[in-house]
Design a binder for this molecule. Structure first.
Ligand code: DPP
Ligand code: ZN
Length: 844
């Protein structure tokens, strides 16, 4: 396969002013008739005319009305064209019902839908399928289905056709079409300048009752973007459609967002509090793309983080405003470490702005999204809120309607602040997670923090230069009072020291407050200091972090030295959990333990070979000890945080349920599951039902509930996904691969639905001790299924290969087994470009 390089970027040779598309829908032979107005791009030297096209049957092509016979070449066609504006017309045939890759136009549960990002439009018709070719689109859909939607505003509509016009120039990746037997949950919104916008959430009949929450989230997002970023919606309608078969979470097509049904449909009976929160965030994310992504898009796919990092940052701000900012921050850092740090410390590490790719779908990564958002957060912290707001105004003002680069983005900050962001830009070009080592000293009232930064080598990048690190620091006095409020130290050198004067005693530092930079902080300290910070730190993130470090160090000692559970941790966590002045959601998070994967990475970083089974056993032992240590408290918390009021998925109720369910997990370890069974039997919402099921499964008492759950929910696909996942995630490591294999033989398992596939094989990878079981059964099962899925859906296959990305951490036997599986996948005939690239990078 061919590698594409950022350095090879050239402007498009021809630009497009207007596109007119007619679709004659048919499951096996849809006709797509295009009329495209091209003109030579003055910014391009070349006059070569190439249109992308894949899996298309060309029926006819014309230039300015004259029939032409283009050269059909790999990935598209070439044609001689005038060195002047001209009209291209083509008719092609495609087969949406055969499209299982879920890119381009395909069918899902009887409806037609599209996914064009990144390069799906070329499977619909011949086109310059590049993000910097922006055009206005008019679409006519001819078919029999009751509802036929495309981007923009509706035009004429009859029983047999619908017309749509999108006045905003856009790249083809934002094109969308949906047609089917759909019903709408309607809504309305008036923008700040008085535009009346019709809102719809379109779903299959029967799902109407699960749209109200997403509709409210949409309205809140629209209001928030006006208030916080001054961004207003710009069309008369905003449509959202729920689709069962979808590779991603959702897609921000202009005026017609398409959502994986799991990211939009919600009801208290079928969705957990976590599902509700995620839906609210994704609705916001896709809506916010209207400005950061659509009105201002990316010049090329290497700039993907320009829209994704910024939009993730914006949706995180939104969630922080709607819910609890500290809880959102802590949850995001947990996810960042679990996904992005893992990626950044393995064979798939890549810069925020990659320099090359084979398949761009493989770069919709935690790095581009989550690290991309962290970098925006650092920039904001460095320049301050006011300058950030000014820079964003300038960005929207200057670049509206353009396809931009990271350079354009940084330039507005440089102009507004007068700063040179040359060194800051390394965040976009250097892969890897910086290690930040800190030591300190104190003499005569002066306290000094000494920092050293160092970023380990990553594939293709042996040497790293120092990066700009905003380090938020506060100081506490020995009595626990804060003696220096948070201040941001700006580190730019490899080694740098900062002093604080006028201190009466040696302070206790609280470093990297609010996780002000995405680095791994290394500091030689002791459990006494960690317990002190857990008790006294005023920064909620660092308070949580201190508890997390206590737990982690105790677990590492258990794993490496066979130590007993750490009494300091047990006392400290109990004191924290019983402190009713703290937010219950925070306490629930603080009762969480480092994941198996976290511990494996920590052990690896410290020069040990992690043993997945030993990690799992240490966690079990600690959980058991903690349950005994906190037995009375757990019973008290469980009773105290029951929610009696009617179900609401808001921060307050979800926090109470999270803490009560954390208490239930403790209780289950001492009562054998009796309380969990009572909660399961009495549950009136999915949060309660699923938490109880999870406790029962972990206690080995889940058989009856598992059978009952299936009978209750067999007709609800999204709930049955949970049923698949729960049994595998909570399986004993000895059993996990067997359980997963058995479930792949269940009549409800199928490869065509990405959600179901992830709920089964993804769940196996999310049970590390099970997946890495010494028998190798987990590796074999996953590799088998990836090989089977690849011809059906390369994109989802390639994503799931990352289950193997940590393989070099493990012992020789495991490495040998994994290498065999990776080689077996690579040797598969006709392996997709997506999977070939991923497995080759992982194999190294
Ligand atoms: N659907 C993906 C997202 O919104 C890609 N744009 O992030
Ligand atoms: Zn996005």
């Amino acid at each position: 396969p061919q590698t594409i390089y950022l350095s090879d970027y050239t402007p498009p040779t021809y630009l497009v002013d207007q596109v007119h598309l007619t679709f004659r829908l048919h499951p096996e032979k849809t006709r797509v008739i295009s009329r495209i107005e091209f003109r030579p791009n003055p910014a391009s030297q070349s006059r070569e005319f190439f249109l992308h096209g894949e899996d298309l049957r060309l029926i006819s092509a014309r230039i300015d009305g004259q029939e032409v016979s283009p050269d059909m070449v790999q990935g598209g066609l070439r044609c001689d064209v005038p060195d002047a504006p001209f009209v291209w017309e083509a008719e092609v045939e495609i087969a949406p019902a055969q499209n299982t890759a879920l890119e381009g136009l395909y069918m899902s549960s009887g409806m037609y839908c599209t996914q064009c990002e990144a390069e799906g439009f070329r499977k619909i018709t011949y086109y310059p399928d590049l993000p910097d070719v922006m055009a206005t689109f008019t679409v006519r859909i001819e078919g029999e289905t009751p509802v036929m939607l495309s981007n923009g505003n509706p035009g004429a509509t009859r029983a047999s056709f619908a017309e749509w016009h999108d006045p905003w120039p856009k790249p083809a990746y934002l094109f969308a079409l949906v047609a089917g037997d759909l019903v709408s949950h309607p809504g309305a919104f008036t923008t700040q300048s008085g535009r009346q916008v019709e809102l719809n959430i379109w779903v299959r009949p029967g799902d109407e009752g699960k749209c109200a929450f997403a509709m409210e989230a949409l309205k809140k997002s629209m209001t928030w973007d006006e208030q916080v970023y001054g961004r207003e919606y710009d069309l008369d309608v905003f449509n959202i459609v729920a689709v069962d078969d979808f590779n991603m979470g959702a897609m921000e097509n202009k005026g017609l967002n398409i959502f994986n049904s799991s990211c939009v449909l919600a009801s208290p009976e079928t969705s957990t509090d976590a599902n509700f929160e995620r839906i609210e965030a994704i609705i916001a994310h896709e809506y916010f793309h209207n400005w950061t992504g659509n009105r201002i898009t990316c010049r090329d796919w290497f700039q993907l983080c320009l829209k994704e990092g910024l939009t993730v940052y914006r949706d995180a701000q939104f969630t922080a405003d709607m819910r609890s900012a500290p809880v959102k921050r802590i949850s995001d850092v947990i996810a960042l470490r679990a996904r992005q740090f893992r990626e950044d410390n393995g064979p798939l590490a890549h810069p925020l702005r990659p320099e090359s790719f084979v398949e761009i779908n493989n770069f919709y990564t935690a790095t581009v999204y989550e690290k991309g958002a962290e970098v925006i957060g650092m920039l904001k912290r460095l320049v301050g809120d006011a300058a950030y707001a000014k820079a964003l105004d300038l960005y929207f003002d200057r670049h509206d309607g353009q396809a931009c680069t990271i350079e354009d983005w940084l330039a507005v900050f440089e102009e507004v602040t007068g700063r040179d962001l040359g060194q800051f830009k390394r965040w976009y070009s250097q892969a890897g997670t910086p290690r930040l080592r800190v030591s300190d000293d104190y003499h005569d009232g002066t306290y000094t923090l000494h920092f050293e930064q160092d970023t380990p080598p990553t594939p293709g990048q042996p040497d790293k230069a120092p990066q700009v690190l905003p380090i938020a620091v506060g100081l506490l006095g020995p009595n626990g009072d804060e003696v220096r409020a948070t201040t941001v130290l700006e580190m730019t050198e490899a080694k740098q020291s900062f002093t604080f004067d006028g201190l009466a005693a040696r302070p206790i530092p609280s470093i990297l407050r609010d996780f002000s930079a995405p680095v791994i902080l290394e500091r030689d300290t002791d459990n006494a200091e960690r317990a002190f910070l857990l008790a006294h730190d005023t920064d909620p993130f660092n308070k949580w972090e201190a508890g997390r470090a206590l737990a982690r160090e105790g677990l590492i000692a258990m794993i490496l030295d066979g130590a007993a559970p750490d009494a300091a941790y047990l006392d400290a966590v109990q004191a924290m959990a019983r402190d009713d002045s703290l937010d219950p959601a925070f306490r629930a998070l603080a009762l969480g333990l480092p994941s198996q994967d976290d511990l494996a990475q920590t052990l690896h970083d410290r020069g040990h070979t992690p043993d997945p089974q030993a990690i799992w056993e240490a966690l079990e032992t600690l959980r058991q000890a903690r349950a005994q240590h906190c037995q009375d408290l757990a019973v008290r918390l469980y009773a105290q945080y029951q929610v009696d009021a009617p179900y609401r998925p808001d921060a307050e109720q979800s926090g109470a349920r999270a803490l009560a369910n954390a208490a239930l997990a403790l209780i289950t370890r001492t009562d054998g599951g009796a309380q969990a069974q009572r909660q399961y039997d009495a549950a009136t919402n999915m949060t309660q039902q699923l938490a109880a099921l999870s406790c029962l499964l972990q206690a080995g008492k889940g058989d009856a509930a598992t059978a009952q759950f299936y009978d209750q929910w067999r007709d609800d696909r999204l709930v049955i996904d949970k049923w698949f996942m729960m049994q595998i995630i909570n399986a004993d490591p000895e059993e996990a691969a067997t359980v997963a294999k058995r479930l792949t033989q269940h009549p409800d398992f199928g490869m065509k639905n990405p959600n179901r596939f992830r709920a089964t094989l993804g769940a196996l990878a999310a049970n590390p001790a099970g997946f890495h079981h010494a028998s190798g059964a987990g590796y074999r099962l996953l590799a088998d299924w990836l090989i089977w899925l690849d011809p059906v859906n390369p994109q989802t296959t390639a994503r799931m290969c990352s289950a193997f990305e940590t393989w070099k951490r493990y012992d020789d036997q495991r490495q040998t087994m994994i290498a065999q599986e990776l080689d077996r996948i690579l040797a598969t005939p006709d392996l997709s470009r997506d999977t070939t690239e991923m497995v080759s990078r992982i194999r190294g």
